[in-house]
Design a protein around this ligand. Structure first.
Ligand SMILES: [Zn+2]
Length: 276
């Protein structure tokens, strides 16, 4: 699944390759998929998209907004799979869940892996959508400073018990993070995924905040994770330290054997010696 660094990378690449192109035709789905959330019928989508021009795309959390000017915004969110640019004359994939064909012969296709939203909104209305309306500051935004982060932890622990992994991956408390990048963040912060956040010391809070901001920035800078693909069908350059291949290998910090546990419904790779 795409996480914040992948969405930021896709937005940047759309602005390099697609902004200013005029849509000749748009369509939804060459194949049915019951976990794609559409808000338009294929007929409505085609009629609305025709003749629009791609504006400047941007990402917030796990949501990518692509203005189709003058009046619409294509919203892709909570998805994985492929979002691909096809140069004029290039072969298109057989299966996709959304396509925009441009007047110069190039195209954009989206194919989701598990689920995801592919919605076309009137400009501005997308900001009222569930999950976007009340989105908290994301780690690549200036509001996500230590003071904000510490207040967020205070709020969360007042309401419920939460582990460090839960803080990073549940309920979009920190928009854009997912299970993949969370494991590198927890390693950088030297925190066990199960560590309860209500007993984090001031310095642990600072360390976790720094780990979130730096890990996300590094993954954005390298064009997303190596196990996801960018707009040009190339893997990202951010190699995760704590992915499944790390299990059984020596920890890069202390040399202990990297372990795997199940935590909050997913596998977690971590160092049992230095992550406490
Ligand atoms: Zn270690």
């Amino acid at each position: 699944m795409f996480e914040l660094p992948e969405f930021v990378t896709l937005a940047r690449q759309i602005n390099e390759s697609l902004t200013g192109k005029r849509i000749q035709s748009g369509g939804l789905g060459s194949v049915a998929h019951k976990f794609v959330w559409y808000n338009r019928t294929p007929q409505e989508f085609a009629a609305l998209a025709r003749g629009k021009t791609v504006g400047s795309a941007y990402a917030r959390g796990k949501w990518l907004s692509i203005p189709l000017e003058p009046s619409l915004v294509l919203l892709l969110g909570e998805c994985g799979g492929r979002l691909l640019y096809h140069a004029p004359g290039a072969a298109l994939p057989q299966k996709y869940h959304l396509i925009l064909s441009f007047e110069d012969g190039s195209a954009l296709t989206a194919t989701t892996q598990m689920w995801g939203a592919m919605e076309l909104h009137r400009s501005g209305e997308e900001r009222d959508r569930q999950y976007i309306r009340d989105m908290r500051p994301a780690p690549n935004e200036t509001e996500f400073n230590l003071e904000y982060f510490s207040a967020l932890i205070d709020d969360v622990v007042r309401a419920e018990k939460k582990s460090a992994k839960g803080l990073l991956t549940q309920d979009q408390l920190i928009p854009g993070l997912g299970n993949a990048i969370a494991q590198d963040i927890l390693f950088a912060a030297r925190l066990d995924p199960r560590h309860p956040i209500d007993d984090l010391s001031v310095s642990q809070r600072r360390q976790l905040h720094r780990a979130i901001v730096r890990t996300v920035a590094a993954a954005i800078q390298r064009g997303g994770r190596y196990d996801e693909y960018d707009l040009y069908n190339q893997p990202g350059g951010y190699r995760r330290l704590m992915d499944k291949n790390a299990v059984g290998r020596p920890c890069p910090a202390c040399g202990a054997k990297i372990a795997k546990i199940q935590c909050l419904g997913g596998a977690c790779t971590f160092c049992p010696r230095c992550q406490r």
